[in-house]
Design a protein around this ligand. Structure first.
Ligand SMILES: Nc1ncnc2c1ncn2[C@@H]1O[C@H](COP(=O)(O)OP(=O)(O)O)[C@@H](O)[C@H]1O
Ligand SMILES: [Mg+2]
Length: 159
């Protein structure tokens, strides 16, 4: 399922809608090149969960935690390609906890992560950073398929 999102403000709105469907222990993976809008979408999700502070890509720290309706674990594995580093971080520990995991990563990286999740891939429209973004959703697992159906009703999908 794909949706064209015209600007950054609308990207945040999409995130807020998505937030309404997320429950504790959910996992969302966001893939796409640097500067494509992953963090913008995460910011919308965090806003939708009641967090009003700063949301920036944790590129150097690997993870930020925001306090919303429940804890939001914001990871960015863009520069991470060593599985051992991932183990050091203890992602598994966070995934078992109360809270949701929003994970930015580079498409094509072969990290070992849970497969059941909502996958969101973002690309540029017409290869132009000044234009909108094409946001593609894929659900893996029944729980996420249900969420995607609900989101489809909320968000006017183009196809
Ligand atoms: N749907 C959109 N259309 C146009 N520009 C966008 C959109 N979403 C985000 N942006 C802009 O793209 C830039 C990079 O966004 P960011 O979320 O930091 O990307 P990433 O986390 O993928 O590196 C920001 O300047 C942001 O305002
Ligand atoms: Mg980012």
């Amino acid at each position: 399922m794909q949706l064209v999102v015209e600007n950054a403000a609308k990207m945040e709105e999409l995130g807020e809608k998505l937030a309404g469907l997320l429950k504790s222990q959910d996992i969302v993976y966001l893939t796409g090149d640097l500067g494509v809008g992953k963090t913008t979408l995460v910011r919308g999700i965090a806003r939708g969960l009641g967090y009003e502070g700063k949301v920036t890509s944790p590129t150097f720290t690997l993870m930020n935690i925001y306090e919303g309706k429940f804890p939001i674990f914001h990871f960015d594995f863009y520069r991470l390609d060593e599985e051992s580093e991932l183990k050091d971080l203890g992602l598994e520990d966070y995934l078992g906890k109360e809270g949701i995991a929003l994970v930015e990563w580079a498409k094509g990286s072969s990290l070992f992560l849970p497969e059941e999740a909502l996958f969101i891939n973002i690309t540029l429209v017409d290869d132009d950073y000044e234009k909108g973004r094409l946001v593609s959703f894929k659900a893996c697992g029944k729980k996420y398929e249900e969420k995607l159906k609900e989101l489809k009703n909320l968000a006017g999908f183009s196809r």
